[in-house]
Design a binder for this molecule. Sequence first.
Ligand SMILES: Cc1cc2nc3c(=O)[nH]c(=O)nc-3n(C[C@H](O)[C@H](O)[C@H](O)COP(=O)(O)O)c2cc1C
Length: 172
Amino acid sequence: MNTLDAIKLRHSTRGFSDRQISKEDLDAILFAGGQAAVGGADFKSMKIFAVQDPEVIKAIDESSAKSRPGSHPLYGAPTLIVLASKDSILKNIEFTNAGCVLQNMMIAATDLGIDSIYLWMSMYGINNDPELMERLGFPEGFTCVGTVALGYAAKEFPKPRADEQRIEVIYI
Ligand SMILES: Cc1cc2nc3c(=O)[nH]c(=O)nc-3n(C[C@H](O)[C@H](O)[C@H](O)COP(=O)(O)O)c2cc1C
């Protein structure tokens, strides 16, 4: 797929089927994440956790739903990419790095016909639950800085977005 088409086709999916993505596709998506721009090339400040264990996914979903009991902040996704970071060599750059890494993964997923959503809620769910952080195997000093859910939409997405700029641009 053309890169610009993949960028335009990417959209947030809020309802996934049980169908798991293949290991081959998962690895291609993880590789794309590792190719992202990272401030100061401080790749060692981050770790990517590829979560597919249904018990762990359920625990993250439950922990993330504490502020809205009964909700499913992971939307039934069978795969959750959890990006963890420690303090980088560049102050306060961690969330910017996360955006670059996770966006690369979502674009790669779109290219492979896989649906995705960037999730902030599950980041809170993980960081507010020290037991869960230990279960994931976060090393000392690492916290979650972003997550992306992956899978296949339960229902077909209505239609691609209109061809329009969504952020105001000022030409100078
Ligand atoms: C950093 C970040 C965090 C987000 N967290 C959530 C979230 O926790 N739950 C959710 O349903 N959507 C979340 N989203 C998805 C946005 O709501 C979505 O990207 C936005 O509505 C634009 O829609 P689109 O992704 O389909 O283009 C998040 C997006 C970003 C970039």
